[in-house]
Design a protein around this ligand. Sequence first.
Ligand SMILES: [Zn+2]
Length: 145
Amino acid sequence: MNEGLQRLKERVVGTFRFEYSTVRELEHKCFRVFWFVGVMIALGFIMLLSNVMAFIGIPLLILGVLLFLAILVWVLMLQREPRREAHCPYCGSKNEVFASRKEFLCDMCQGPVGVLPDGNVVPLETPEEREAKQEARERAQRLQM
Ligand SMILES: [Zn+2]
């Protein structure tokens, strides 16, 4: 019961927290925000077309477009941060990690990877820990179905 509540809280907080370490992660989160703004603009447009609700539609449309532009500029600024290539020590796939990060989750296998000051990477989990985690995840998935 307590554990479920904790997980719910983490999920809600996670949606609003804008954390990212790799380029792909940033793009992924941006996509979610843009999707939300896109729905807002579409709703505003529909309301504008139906004469009855135009007084809600116009502000919604303007707000949506402004929000879209603001986020676009912000993301372009975030993306200018220097990045480096890091190969995942677990699965070998290439990750583009922002230079200021000391650790990241692999885009492909979600494994936690540490970045040393010299740019080399180290696995933050032993193979046993990874296996145990994987099993726990599979068990949780089975329970959900
Ligand atoms: Zn990996």
